[in-house]
Design a protein. Structure first.
Length: 309
């Protein structure tokens, strides 16, 4: 019988709490172009990881034990997911973008159920239907439509980017099962690859005359540091510790609270006014994901373990 550490489970749940704040911090840094935001936040996270693993003396061993294929998948996964996430929050209403992006727990369940040795149960399918009904209600909300009409910065590309977020993160999480033996310190290399890719992309696409401009108000820099240390940084440490020594099944189910928590933070700490359609959508998406986890097959925990980068 496997013994789970309650302390490790608690620490793992901190990662979920930190990830739920990603939307809040992102809205506070909306003055920063997506690729530049990706560069500076992962630069902060990379520095944090480098210092921690340098102190622990794991840099050389981490590099030698992490295959190039894992670094490529991790770096590209981090890069495309966060770019789409930041883009979505600048081109779609924050609450809607967040709810769509947080379909990833449900997609992980569905994708894992279709992998070799697993099968989809009826609860997976019913949960998917409930969650997507919630998404449909949100997108058809009259309040959302009027908001889009009055703000030219909001358009369909923001919604598409949010859906891409959910698909990329869930695909990465399930595919990462192949690298379960790779040390958790490998996240340093993933973050470095993301920083370099984002920096080069920013200079080629976003920057004027190929110059880097970091002239932002103090409030924006606070949000950037919050992203780098929290949902883009410390969360990875907490999650890795939790999935290795804590209750994986419980952490997997707790991850379904992310959409509700994310929406709550936006409603409490920003000017976003939650509409009836948004609240109903939040409840349906969360309920659908929870329902999908009621009858997981025996190999389902591996899908959640794979998410613990």
């Amino acid at each position: 019988m496997t013994v789970h550490s309650p302390q490790a489970t608690l620490i793992g749940s901190i990662a979920i709490l930190l990830w739920s704040s990603l939307a809040l911090f992102t809205t506070q840094a909306n003055l920063v172009p997506p690729l530049l935001l990706l560069t500076v936040t992962f630069g902060v996270a990379s520095l944090l990881f480098f210092i921690v693993y340098l102190i622990k003396g794991e840099l050389k061993s981490s590099w030698s034990k992490t295959p190039t294929s894992a670094i490529a998948m991790g770096g590209l996964g981090f890069y495309f997911y966060h770019f789409c996430y930041f883009y979505a929050f600048q081109h779609a209403p924050p609450v809607e973008a967040g709810l769509i992006a947080y379909l990833w727990p449900l997609l992980i369940v569905l994708m894992a159920g279709m992998t070799k040795g697993n099968s989809l149960s009826w609860t997976h399918l019913v949960g998917a239907v409930i969650a997507f009904i919630g998404t449909g209600i949100m997108l058809q909300s009259r309040e959302s439509a009027s908001l889009i009409e009055t703000n030219t910065n909001y358009n369909w590309t923001g919604y598409a980017a949010a859906f891409a977020c959910a698909f990329i993160w869930s695909s990465y999480s399930v595919a990462n099962r192949r690298f379960q033996t790779v040390p958790s310190s490998a996240v340093l290399w993933y973050c470095l690859v993301t920083t370099l890719l984002a920096g080069a992309s920013h200079l080629m696409i976003e920057a004027e005359n190929g110059k880097l401009s970091l002239d932002f108000p103090a409030s924006t820099w606070i949000a950037i540091l919050g992203l780098g240390f929290g949902p883009v940084g410390i969360a990875f440490f907490c999650w890795d510790f939790g999935v290795k020594k804590g209750n994986l099944s419980l952490l997997g189910v707790l991850s379904y609270t992310a959409p509700a928590l994310s929406t709550a933070w936006l409603g409490l700490f920003t000017d976003a006014q939650l509409t009836t359609g948004q609240i109903i959508a939040c409840l349906l998406i969360t309920a659908g994901a929870l329902f999908a986890s009621l009858m997981p097959n025996k190999k389902m925990p591996s899908a959640y373990e794979a998410e613990g980068i």
